[in-house]
Design a protein around this ligand. Structure first.
Ligand SMILES: [Zn+2]
Length: 68
């Protein structure tokens, strides 16, 4: 049996967007990076506005941990 791996997930919907995307990462930083990349490529958001410590903290605050 494989050991459970903790993943950090961020749902795009939690940011008020009508989108079913779920971004995952093995750690919080990775999940935040994936969420920023998604916001920029899929929703035309400004990468410079997302890549601030304040915004990263806000995104990170919406992350949940799951085991898979
Ligand atoms: Zn989205």
């Amino acid at each position: 049996m494989k050991p459970l791996v903790k993943m950090h997930v961020i749902a795009c919907r939690d940011f008020g967007l009508d989108c079913n995307a779920i971004m995952k990462g093995r750690n919080l930083d990775e999940a935040v990076d994936a969420a920023i990349k998604h916001g920029v490529s899929m929703h035309g958001q400004n990468v410079k506005e997302l890549q601030t410590p304040e915004k990263r903290a806000e995104i990170a605050s919406k992350a949940k941990q799951i085991e898979m």
